[in-house]
Design a protein around this ligand. Structure first.
Ligand SMILES: Cc1cc2nc3c(=O)[nH]c(=O)nc-3n(C[C@H](O)[C@H](O)[C@H](O)COP(=O)(O)OP(=O)(O)OC[C@H]3O[C@@H](n4cnc5c(N)ncnc54)[C@H](O)[C@@H]3O)c2cc1C
Length: 744
């Protein structure tokens, strides 16, 4: 008789991941300054912000006293000046992307409107920070920094004004309605400019003291476009406009302002030159917003992931307590203790939410760290270019283009074994700042839109799942953790600072950069290596999916559709956009696995983690596996649809026949994948007449590699559902506090 053995149960999650684990996962265990920022921000989020939401503060479109008080809390807690340099009133040395990402995470854990209110101030300053002159930077950063103790002044607040009333700027940022003219230009004096700009949906507009606005020249004596700084006291109209009747982020102020102001030309962000009597701004508005958004979009992506992770505890509590108090239901009984957690689906869906939250946070924080690495390289690159007399714009682009091969060679050498590497060449290339810049920039250019796209879009969908797990409660204001509001808020995060189309469009260009692709190839190898060492992570499935994505990208770049039209083309969104989406799934899963490995490596160093570490690592490993399987499924679906979907189906255009496949095709198919040839015949049509005259038929010939990848990918899903089942034990056994720690 066969004896069924219960496998020894391995350790699982004991408590929800705390700060000690998060600091390692998101790489700030050695940054005491950032740990302090997290604590201070959390105090504001789970204190005054949570109380305001619970008291119904979101029920008004107006900028109320309660909302305004939050700004003071931000100032007092050191949130406002996280963005500033120490000499401008800040206190964090060096790049601040990770710091701002942590601030966004903590605030959005409770309310993303509060997070947006805080970050919109940074957004307003960003054009000045990234592209402003030294004088502009010093003036506005210092004015916006909260006063140190003993100094009595109100910090200035800012708004960033790009979007205009329809039919002007929205997704298309080049369609500027805002105009710039010369009001007065006396010989030898600084020109005085007339700015006319209307804004739509401008955050912080209820109280901003200055505005950074995008405008276009309407005067032959000014060239092109630029961004200008407007101040509340400038002569003319500074009308804050009407509040937007928002359904989301109600703790931030959003209005449609109107400006008609006279400002000195020194307000042109980045300065200007006068050439042949014409004012030529040093930075076009497009350059400024590109420099701004590549930083600020990361924090937006982080916000949605924070919401997903914040949903876990309230849902567990709801599920467990669902039937308590019912007549005859005794403590200790499974129904009393577990409640809805007795049901597999309720657990599986919560695992999906959690896994996506972890993956999004992993991607977002990884991106923030890449930008922390990139920022100094960017400054170094600009300085070098200036020293070499290379101007901005296309001159710089050309100069960098010439370095592309060096950067590629550097990457190949970096990934080659030391024995085979030309050491002298490698060292020369690795000390070249332009090479280093290009390598990191190529990754940043992909990770930023991927974070914004995947975290917010997929996150909004999963937030709906989280809401549904709370039943009717989920769509009420009383839902613990404010999950209903968070669901709706997630949609705004997917929209503002460029909706998903903008991110997909950007990805479709940046993800084909060979410097990115070379690094992506290395990540595949990395995942293969992890798969052999830690198969439970799902790295195997992920590596296969990454390989399939890369194969498909290469294929689509060369292939044509049934009508002979090019497939990979900027205007062919049906091809490029799904591939961009698929990449988001891959990158987030990859980052999640890399975080797990870091926790495994560094966790034992922290005695605070010792006790629960094994269980936490086991649980997070299973979450990685679940997510990798989900990502692989998405990628498989997208790639198969694109690879085959643009061929004409034989049975539809005319019945197919076996001759669609030459006997050589069939033989080679049968040799590589037994059984496949008969499938090929089956799908080629039923009544024997040939379809090829109508266009290429859906022959599998030529797709053997893809099919091999596809079947390998499916096989790699082995164990993914077992991982999900195992993870559910973590959900049922994890200890959670009696009550949520907000609102207080
Ligand atoms: C609460 C809130 C706060 C905001 N804060 C600010 C702020 O502080 N400063 C600021 O400047 N702006 C702000 N915005 C504006 C926001 O950035 C824009 O709403 C957003 O960029 C989209 O522009 P739009 O609404 O005009 O959409 P549209 O341009 O009309 O696009 C709508 C949809 O059409 C499709 N679409 C459009 N163009 C294309 C295309 N080329 N290809 C394919 N599909 C396309 C996409 O599906 C897109 O989502 C805010 C908006 C809101 C709601």
């Amino acid at each position: 008789m066969e004896i069924k053995q219960t496998p020894v149960q391995r350790e699982t999650l004991r408590t929800l991941p705390g700060d000690d684990a998060r600091q390692i996962l998101w790489r700030y265990a050695d940054r005491y300054d950032l740990q302090m920022v997290v604590q201070a921000t959390r105090g504001v989020a789970r204190g005054p912000v949570a109380r305001l939401v619970a008291a119904g503060g979101r029920n008004s479109h107006e900028w109320t006293e309660g909302k305004a008080e939050l700004l003071q809390h931000f100032d007092q807690a050191g949130i406002t000046n996280v963005f500033m340099e120490p000499n401008q009133g800040g206190y964090i040395e060096g790049p601040k992307n990770l710091a701002l990402a942590l601030v966004a995470f903590e605030l959005a854990w409770v309310d993303a409107g509060a997070a947006t209110g805080s970050l919109a101030g940074c957004l307003a300053l960003s054009p000045i920070h990234e592209c402003g002159t030294d004088e502009q930077r010093d003036r506005y950063m210092s004015l916006a920094a909260p006063p140190p103790p003993g100094e009595d002044r109100q910090p200035w607040r800012g708004a960033f004004c790009l979007t205009e009333p329809i039919p002007y700027v929205g997704v298309e940022t080049g369609m500027l309605g805002g105009k710039l003219r010369i009001a007065e230009w006396k010989q030898g004096d600084e020109p005085l400019l007339q700015v006319d700009k209307r804004g739509r949906f401008i955050t912080n507009m209820g109280f901003a003291n200055f505005v950074t606005a995008a405008v276009e020249s309407a005067d032959p004596r000014i060239k092109g476009t630029c961004m200008v700084i407007l101040e509340e006291g400038d002569p003319g109209i500074f009308d804050r406009g009407t509040p937007a009747r928002k359904l989301v982020h109600q703790l931030s102020s959003t209005r449609d302002p109107i400006f008609s102001l006279k400002v000195p030309a020194s307000r042109i962000i980045g300065g200007y030159q006068v050439k042949d009597g014409v004012i030529v701004p040093n930075m076009a508005h497009g350059q400024v917003i590109e420099a701004v958004f590549r930083h600020t979009r990361v924090t937006v992506g982080i916000m949605t992931s924070a919401k997903l992770l914040s949903a876990i505890e309230p849902v567990i509590r709801y599920q467990r307590g669902r039937f308590r108090g019912a007549e005859g239901l005794a403590p200790g009984s499974p129904r009393y203790e577990l409640g809805l957690q007795q049901k597999e689906d309720a657990l599986h869906r919560l695992i999906d939410v959690w896994a996506a939250g972890e993956a999004g946070a992993a991607l977002g924080f990884a991106t923030a760290r890449v930008f922390d690495e990139l920022d100094p390289l960017l400054r170094q690159k600009d300085q070098l270019m200036a020293e070499q007399g290379v101007g901005g714009g296309s001159a710089q682009f050309k100069a960098l283009r010439r370095k592309q091969n060096d950067a590629l060679e550097y990457l190949r050498l970096r990934h080659a074994s030391e024995a085979r590497r030309d050491k002298a060449r490698y060292e020369a290339l690795s000390s070249d700042p332009l090479v280093r810049f290009l390598v990191v920039d190529a990754v940043g250019n992909v990770l930023c839109p991927a974070t914004k796209l995947w975290n917010t879009g997929v996150g909004a969908n999963l937030m709906r799942e989280a809401v549904s797990l709370m039943g009717g409660y989920g769509v009420t204001e009383d839902c613990p953790g404010f999950l209903g509001q968070k669901w709706m808020d997630a949609q705004l995060e997917a929209t503002y600072e460029g909706p998903e189309v903008v991110q997909r469009r950007q990805l479709s260009v940046t993800m084909t950069n060979e410097l990115f692709i070379e690094q992506f190839r290395h990540w595949i190898e990395e995942m293969r290596e992890v798969a052999s060492r830690r198969p439970g992570t799902g790295a195997c499935a992920l590596a296969s999916a990454m390989q399939m994505w890369l194969w498909t990208l290469n294929h689509l770049q060369k292939a044509t559709d049934a009508n002979g039209a090019k497939l990979y083309h900027t205007s062919r969104h049906g091809v490029t956009f799904p591939l961009a989406d698929a990449l988001g799934w891959l990158l987030s899963s990859y980052c999640q696995i890399m975080d797990l490995l870091e926790l495994e490596r560094r966790g034992p160093e922290n005695p605070m983690l010792a006790e629960g570490l094994a269980g936490l690592v086991n649980f997070l490993t299973d979450l990685c596996h679940v997510q990798a399987a989900r990502a692989s499924g998405e990628v498989g679906r997208v790639c198969a649809t694109l690879v085959f979907g643009y061929n004409r189906h034989p049975a539809w255009d005319g019945p197919g026949c076996e001759s669609c496949y030459s006997s050589a095709d069939l033989e080679s198919l049968e040799a590589t994948m037994p059984g496949l040839a008969s499938i090929a015949i089956d799908v080629s049509g039923e009544d024997g007449s040939h379809p090829a005259k109508a266009g290429p038929c859906a022959s599998f010939a030529g797709y053997e590699t893809f099919l091999r990848l596809r079947s390998r990918l499916d096989g790699c899903l082995t164990g993914a559902q077992l991982a999900k089942d195992r993870a559910t034990r973590g959900l049922t056994e994890v200890m959670i506090p009696e009550a949520l720690d907000y609102p207080v």
